[in-house]
Structure formats: C-alpha cells, structure tokens
Ligand binder design. Structure first.
Ligand SMILES: [Zn+2]
Length: 269
C-alpha cells in the first residue's frame, strides 16, 4: 500500500478507536471555553454563546419540555471576568466552562435527549459535560468538597438574581455540613450578595419557594449534591442590568467578593 494511504488508514483506525473508547470526538475549540483551575470553585455559563455550530440548523424542539433558544446575553463575558477577579482575590484559579456556541444549536442545560437534534451538535454537548464532570472530579479529589455556580440570564426582573437550588436539594452537602447560613446568612454566598444590596429572589430571609422557571436546571441537578457527593451547585439567574454593561462591572466585583468570602468561610483553603 502507498505510504500516505497507510498513514491515513492508521489515523482513521486511531480515531475510530478513540471514539469507540468513549472519547469525545473533536470539536472546534473556538466554540467552547474550558479553563481548568486549582480552586474548589467551578464556574459554568451554558447559554451566552453567539457562534453557530457549522452544519447545525436551529433546533425545533418538537416534544421537548421547557424548550428555549433564547440567549443569556452577557453571561459569556461575565463568567471569565468573574474567574479572573476571583483569582485576584483568592490567589486560586476557579475551573471555568463557557459555551461560545449558540443555544439555538445545543442546549447543554438539558438532558441529552432534549439538548440537540443534529449529530453534529452532539460532540459539543458531550464536550461541555465532559469538562464539567472532569472539573467536579478534580475538585472532589483535590479539595474534598467544592461549589459549582451555573450562570444564566432572566428577563423577568432586570435587577434581580433568582436562586436555583431545587429547593436546596443541589446544596444538600453544604447544608448538612455548615447549615443554611452558608448560603443565605452572613458570610454565605447569597448573604454576602444581599449585604451588597443585591436583590435576591426568593429573599434570603423568606420561606418563599424558588420560582419554578429559575429553580435549578439540569446542570445544577447533575453536578450538585442532590444525588450525593460533596460538590454543591447553585444556579444564578441574572437580570439584564447585572449581566450587561454598565452594571456588569460592579456586579461581577460584588459576586467575586461574595464568592471569595464564602470560600474563605466554607471551602477548604
Ligand atoms: Zn440560561
């Protein structure tokens, strides 16, 4: 056989082997931001992407529950800014996973069956989840426990942050270890945001239920402590004034400071 053909055959065999072994097929790295870190914090932003996935038409959503294609604009900028500021404050780099592909093509905050309609979109879904799973595994192995925050945008209240924990199920481990105050009280994540005069829904001192539209989706359900484990997860649904400039600058600082204080009080050094 011609040497070039032999090499090509070898390459194809290697690729087939890789896929058969359960590896994620290659994706365009420009469509997904993955930055591994060394802190017990994971930041995820699944819905802010602006780039189409080549060859993938917009999803139609036939029979899909909670079908949505709207973009959480600004979250794809806020998430890496937050990671940078958090690193400056704590000296540790959070793990960062940000979708730069459009939600129209793939919605990674859904179970696989509801997330994409084209085989060409599937590797992006898998790559996003592989990155989150790896980050969670690294955090648990290296630090023993940690926190994932999943950043979204909502259009219901431009100043508000809606809390999404499935009624505290995705923070089961944190509550068992440190109590409700670790999230809602002084020195807790949302407590610190309220101290900075940010509007939280439901309010930290109320017993109101989380808004069912924003109460915590597939990502926090999968990577939080709802099903066990020591990594907790909180979904934050941000109003437009918090994720668009000019408000984004100050809000990102407030969130970074709140996370740093929370980490100092409730996460391993
Ligand atoms: Zn979203």
């Amino acid at each position: 056989m011609h040497r070039g053909l032999l090499m090509l055959a070898g390459l194809l065999l290697t690729m087939a082997g890789g896929i058969a072994m359960g590896q994620v097929p290659p994706i365009d790295p420009a469509l997904l931001m993955v930055r591994p870190g060394d802190s017990p914090i994971i930041i995820s932003a699944p819905h802010g992407g602006t780039l189409p996935v080549p060859g993938v038409p917009p999803r139609e959503g036939v029979g899909v529950k909670k079908f949505a294609t709207v973009r959480d604009d600004g979250t794809e900028v806020l998430a890496p800014m937050l990671a940078e500021r958090l690193e400056k404050l704590t000296g540790k780099k959070p793990h960062l996973v940000v979708a730069l592909f459009q939600r129209k093509c793939v919605d990674v905050n859904r179970p696989a069956g509801d997330a994409f309609e084209s085989e060409k979109a599937k590797p992006y879904y898998e790559a996003y989840h592989a990155a989150l799973a790896k980050a969670r595994e690294t955090v648990a192995a290296k630090h023993g426990r940690g926190l994932l925050i999943d950043i979204h945008g909502q259009g219901a209240d431009k100043d508000a942050i809606f809390r999404g924990t499935n009624g505290f199920k995705t923070v089961t481990h944190l509550f068992e270890r440190s109590g409700k105050g670790a999230l809602l009280g002084k020195g807790g994540l949302l407590g610190e945001l309220a101290k900075r005069e940010r509007k939280i829904i439901p309010a930290n001192d109320s017993d109101d239920k989380e808004d069912p539209r924003y109460g915590g989706g597939f990502i926090v359900q999968t990577y939080g402590s709802k099903g066990g484990g020591t990594v907790d997860a909180v979904q934050l649904e941000l109003g437009a004034k918090l994720r668009r400039n000019p408000g984004r600058e100050q809000f990102t600082t407030d969130l970074a400071e709140s996370l740093a204080t929370f980490a100092g009080n409730h996460l391993p050094k």
